[in-house]
Structure formats: C-alpha cells, structure tokens
Write a new protein. Structure first.
Length: 406
C-alpha cells in the first residue's frame, strides 16, 4: 500500500494528483487517484484495513445499486417466483430505491446512508410499512450482490442484526388480535351463517369452517374436495393474476376436516355451480378464477350488513355494493375466527386443539408464527381455579401425612 504524488502534462498544462497504489483481496493491483494528499491517506488507511480483513471491494470492481437491482430481478425471475412477487420487487426497485440510491456504488452503502435513505422515503410520503418492505428488498439486492462478489458487507443485514432486540420489543408491544374488533364473535358468525344466501354462501361457509386463505379458496378444485371422507386437501392457490400454482410454502399443503354443514352445502353447490374447465369449486360466472374483490364486495360485505354484524357507511361502490366501516372488512377476519374456534372450541362443548395442530390447520410455516399471532387466545392452564385446586390437594395431602405420623 503506497501513497505517492503523480505529475503529468496534458495539452500543455501541468497537472498533479495523489495516487494510492495497492493490491485488493484477490491480489489485483489497484490505483485510486485523489486531488488532496489527506484524502489519499485516509483512503489508504481504510483500504489497508479492508484488505487485511478481507472486506474491501474496489469501486471499479463493483456495480451501482440500479445495476445490482437489475441483476437481482433477473435472479428472482430465474428462480421461478410468482408474477405478483416479481411485480412487487420491480416496484420497490424502480419507484422507491433507484430514485434515491440508483447511481451509488454498492461499496458506498453504509448504515448511516440506509438510515438517511429511510428518512428520504418517509419525507416523500412512503408509509412505515412500505419503508420496511423496501428496506428488505434493498437488503436482498445487497445479498445477491454479495453472492456475485460485488460487495463484501451487507449494511441492511448488519442494521437488522443490531435492531433484532428492538424488533422483539416491538413484537411484544404489538396489539393482540381482539375478539369483537379483529375477530368476529361466535354470535356474529352465527348471524353470518344465517344470512348467507346466494352463490357466495358455499364459499363463505367453507372459509368459516376451514380457515382457508382467500387465494386458497379461489384456487380450490373439486379434485381436492373429498366429500365422502369429509375433508379438503389444500394443494393450490390462485394469485391476483388468476394464475393457479402451489402454496407459497410446504406447510401450506395440508388436509382440513369438514363439518356436516359444509359437506351438505358443497354437495348442493356442486350441482348448481357454474361449469369450470379448471374444475374450480368457486369459479366466477364464466367458470374462471373469481376476483378477490368480488368475493369481498359482492359476497362478504352485503351478507355482513344484512346480518347486522357490520354497518354500512350509507354509500355504494361503483358496482352498487354497500361500503362498510373498518370492522371485519376482509376475508382474513373469518380465518382469524377459525383459528380462535380451533383454540377455544371447549366453549361450544368441543375440545380445543393443541398449538401444533392449530399450526397445521392454518398452514403456518412454523409454530412460532402461530403463537405470535394467536398465542394469547390459548386458554391458560395456571389460572386461579387450577391453582386453588392444586393448593387444596397439597394441603389435604399434608393433613393426611400428619395424621399418619401421629
């Protein structure tokens, strides 16, 4: 590693600069030029440490964020990711990352720069949720660049590790799902069932008693419904572009038992449902994949309003469907209810399911996910009554032992 002054003449004008001459971690000779000796010495000291620790990549050997992002998109496409996922990645790169960081070299990305980038996103109207998703995508771009040898350190991942403790605290402070606010009550579900009519009744009853995601309901085929054995096999899902594929994770493939009300309803629906070349259980009128928005606006919302579970704002959407307030606005509310029902069926005279079985029914990839979302709904086993019973048993045993010793 050397720092020297270089002089040369161009077009009759004598010029000079300070040059840092060094070998990178691959043994390649590198030259970097500076106008001031101080800047050259600072770089030389930093590069020396970077080469020694195996973490230095020369600017000329790396890419800009935009170039690395393009390669990341290419890698993601070759990995067979869903079209909707790729579209989301492109939006993150071209609408949020490139305008602020696109021309920067990968080697220039530091923790302070990422924090500044997040501040810029916030100042330009991005929501906290969007900032979080975009930062994750930036971390994926840097990770892909690491694998290609264009960068050594991933500043986003370093920041994530530093904030791991903060994230745990945030999870602990996050509001739990609440019955009557996020999760319909049992009485509200009974009213929905009573008022469910028309072509969306079979779909909503299936959603209520199986906890299937909307995408899984839209991609469900009759081949995966075994009415004789009273069970549904979840093997497919339909994305927002109506492309049917596998569930996003292996845990998404599962078998769910069906109660009699769903079996009888599906038997009737199978005779009346639109014919579908795709053998879909819940197709639209032409036999194709149903739009998610139609299920919510034409099926869920009107039935909830008729049941008195939610109130209409008094306004109609462009298709003449009632617009409802903030409570239970999506299909996921029914999925939440199914999870709570599995956990607390003892209230209705049944047996609650252990957490592992709830995880399997919900199609969660880990038990941690199940407990993070629904753990507070599980009945406690050390409540006051149980402790009082244990106390009486302990004291009775002590009294018996005392009489025996006497």
């Amino acid at each position: 590693m050397s720092v020297r002054k270089r002089r040369w003449t161009r077009n009759g004008v004598e010029k000079e600069a300070w040059v840092v001459n060094y070998s990178d971690i691959k043994g390649v000779r590198r030259l970097k030029t500076f106008a001031r000796k101080k800047d050259a010495e600072v770089f030389a000291a930093t590069a020396h440490i970077g080469v020694r620790d195996g973490v230095h990549v020369a600017d000329s050997a790396t890419l800009t964020i935009k170039q690395a992002g393009d390669k990341w998109i290419e890698t993601s496409a070759n990995a067979g990711l869903e079209r909707s996922t790729l579209d989301q990645y492109r939006q993150h790169l071209y609408l949020h990352i490139t305008p602020f960081l696109g021309s920067l070299k990968l080697s220039k990305i530091t923790l302070p720069m990422i924090r500044q980038f997040q501040d810029q996103l916030r100042e330009n109207g991005r929501s906290p949720a969007m900032i979080k998703r975009v930062t994750v995508s930036l971390g994926s771009i840097l990770a892909d660049a690491q694998e290609r040898g264009f960068i050594i350190r991933n500043a986003v991942h370093e920041m994530s590790r530093r904030r791991k403790g903060t994230a745990k605290r945030e999870r602990r402070q996050r509001a739990h799902l609440r019955v009557g606010v996020d999760i319909p009550t049992n009485e509200e579900i009974r009213k929905i069932i009573e008022h469910a009519q028309g072509r969306y009744r079979p779909l909503l009853l299936t959603a209520i008693f199986t906890g299937l995601r909307a995408s899984e309901l839209r991609g469900l085929t009759w081949d995966d419904v075994d009415l004789a054995k009273a069970e549904i096999h979840v093997r497919r899902r339909a994305d927002k572009y109506h492309v049917i594929g596998m569930p996003k994770s292996d845990a998404g493939q599962r078998t769910i038992p069906l109660p009699p009300i769903v079996i009888n309803t599906l038997k009737e629906w199978k005779l009346a449902s639109p014919k579908s070349d795709l053998h879909l259980v819940f197709p639209n009128g032409e036999g194709n994949v149903e739009w998610h928005s139609n299920i919510v606006k034409r099926g869920l919302h009107p039935i909830q309003v008729a049941a008195g579970v939610v109130k209409s704002t008094g306004e109609l959407d462009d298709d003449g469907n009632p617009i409802v307030g903030a409570k239970y606005t999506g299909m996921h509310a029914l999925r939440h209810w199914f999870a709570s029902w599995c956990i607390n069926r003892r209230v209705d005279g049944g047996l609650e399911l252990p957490s592992k079985m709830v995880q399997q029914r919900m199609g969660h990839s880990s038990i941690q996910m199940t407990m993070d979302v629904y753990g507070h709904l599980f009945p406690t086993t050390d409540d006051a009554e149980a402790l009082a019973t244990a106390e009486r048993s302990l004291l009775a045993l002590g009294a018996t032992q005392t009489r025996h010793d006497a």
